[in-house]
Ligand binder design. Structure first.
Ligand code: SAH
Ligand code: SF4
Ligand code: F3S
Length: 472
């Protein structure tokens, strides 16, 4: 297990120093004029990329959609599973070709891959065309690392940094005027035996409630309708500080006037009655919860170090549905964890059948170096793993179709995000439950929450039309 580093709050002066470097870079004629930012992984990374883009724009760079033309290519990587890593590595290697034609190109690699033990050293040694690299705890150092790269200080440009930092005040380049992410806590202390996140994202650290609420208030004042709160374990918010808990944060955020609040990810073991009660009471909280079960087998849950049982999970689902009858539940499920028998797997199928998730992300277990599970015996044959995941996907697709069919004829409210790509005569958005919905409505309603009547379904989406008013 990794050493438990102390949490280090980054002083305001350090952020100001980075901003000064950003201004210095902006004045330099040899700076890249454009950037191409490639993001892998979860919402956390997507949000980090919005901060990276915000800083790049402060340095006077404009986005360039074509990587062959960009002055800087920056990869924000993910290492949760082997395929995520391989995809990123393939693209990183490919940039060597572009650099042969345009030697002035700068290439940077950041994100979770960069925080793995020994990665940056290997990257620097094997891929001299890469110019700089830093981990997710050092996003705020982008200006410094870029300057180190521009001035040829290679060792500094690849210095392995801290993972457990806590910082405030980076410029965020939002992708939508109506929707925003807000990080409420960084890192994870759960050490699920398969998972690399605690090794690359560091210890749990919660942002101050005051900071989150005043940031949310600014977003609301700017017209944001929906906020998605982010953390590897949002519902352990405050556990590290001994301060306000996640339900307190939801209550405080409800008072900013935000129309919709979502959050992910919640850990079943930390889903308290108090949190469920606040979700039921707070009109801004969407009737949706992403509650990864991972497996339906107690034996596997124990081996995964999830610290709850199948019965606990099912009991929490009952409590949620009792408090919020129309709540939609979604999940993550892993198949072929070391030692998983056909019986264990069937327990996962039966859990999915019993809970009836709106949808679920399904994964084949992927061994990650440095994690406890990577040392376990009982690897599952890849053919068996494939067969299991296909069975699970087929089952979940059936359940999703049934759940959607059950919603036809009901009313819902949809945040109209824009015109549908397939049919520009239609608007598109998500229901409170988080289900994608295409609907006919006045395009003037884009950016608003629109009451609709659900009239039909696709395999993963709903069809609807605008109505005057939602039924009470
Ligand atoms: N903190 C969140 C998200 C973690 S990563 C949570 O606790 O749910 C998202 C999902 O990736 C996990 O829920 C898990 O289902 C999957 N995952 C993580 N590590 C994995 C691994 N080594 N192999 C396969 N799936 C994995
Ligand atoms: Fe990984 Fe478990 Fe932490 Fe989620 S809770 S990030 S699966 S260690
Ligand atoms: Fe990937 Fe890092 Fe997220 S490993 S899933 S980008 S926390």
């Amino acid at each position: 297990m990794a050493m438990r580093d102390a949490v280090r709050p980054i002083a305001r002066e350090e952020i100001l120093r980075q901003q000064a470097i950003a201004r210095e870079i902006r004045e330099r004629p040899d700076r890249p004029l454009t950037y191409h930012l490639i993001t892998y992984g979860c919402q956390m990374n997507a949000h980090d990329s919005q901060a990276l883009a915000g800083m790049l724009e402060e340095m006077g760079m404009a986005p360039e959609a074509d990587r062959e033309k960009a002055g800087l290519i920056l990869f924000n990587t993910c290492c949760i599973r082997d395929n995520a890593e391989r995809r990123a590595m393939g693209n990183i290697v490919f940039t060597r070709k572009i650099k042969r034609v345009r030697p002035e190109l700068l290439v940077g690699v950041c994100g979770c891959m960069a925080q793995q033990e020994g990665f940056q050293e290997r990257l620097s040694r094997r891929y001299p065309h890469v110019d700089f690299s830093f981990g997710p705890g050092e996003i705020y150092q982008l200006p410094q690392r870029l300057l180190d790269a521009m001035e040829g200080r290679r060792e500094q440009a690849f210095r392995r940094g801290e993972d457990s930092t806590l910082y405030e005040g980076l410029p965020i380049l939002r992708s939508s005027p109506f929707f925003a992410y807000q990080t409420v806590m960084y890192g994870c202390d759960n050490f699920c035996s398969y998972c690399v996140v605690p090794l690359v994202r560091g210890r749990e650290r919660s942002r101050e409630l005051k900071q989150i609420v005043s940031e949310a208030q600014r977003l609301v004042d700017e017209g944001v309708q929906e906020i998605m709160l982010l953390g590897q374990n949002v519902n352990s918010y405050g556990r590290d500080t001994g301060g306000p808990r996640f339900e307190d944060l939801l209550r405080a955020l409800g008072q900013t006037g935000i129309r919709r609040l979502r959050f992910m990810t919640s850990h079943p073991k930390d889903l308290s009655d108090e949190l469920i009660a606040e979700m039921a009471r707070n009109p801004a909280v969407c009737p949706h919860l992403h509650l990864p079960a991972q497996s339906g087998s107690d034996r596997m849950l124990a081996a995964m170090n999830r610290r709850y049982t199948r019965d606990w999970y099912l009991e929490r689902v009952r409590a949620l549905r009792q408090a919020i009858p129309h709540i939609g539940l979604t999940s993550d499920l892993i198949v072929a964890f070391p030692g998983e028998t056909e019986e264990d797997f069937e327990q996962t199928l039966s859990l999915a059948r019993q809970v009836r998730f709106d949808s679920a992300f399904t994964f084949i277990y992927s061994p990650r170096s440095g994690t406890a599970a990577a040392r376990l015996p009982g690897r599952i044959d890849p053919e068996v793993a494939r067969e299991r995941i296909l069975r699970l996907i087929a089952l979940q697709e059936d359940i999703t179709r049934e759940v959607l069919r059950g919603l036809v004829g009901q009313t819902a409210s949809v945040l109209a995000e824009g015109l549908s790509k397939r049919d520009p005569g239609q608007l598109t958005g998500k229901t409170g439950r988080g289900i994608a919905c295409n609907f006919s409505a006045d395009p003037g309603r884009i950016g608003q929450i629109v009451p609709v009547l659900i009239t039909g379904q696709g395999s993963k989406t709903l069809k609807a039309r605008q109505i005057e008013k939602e039924n009470p």
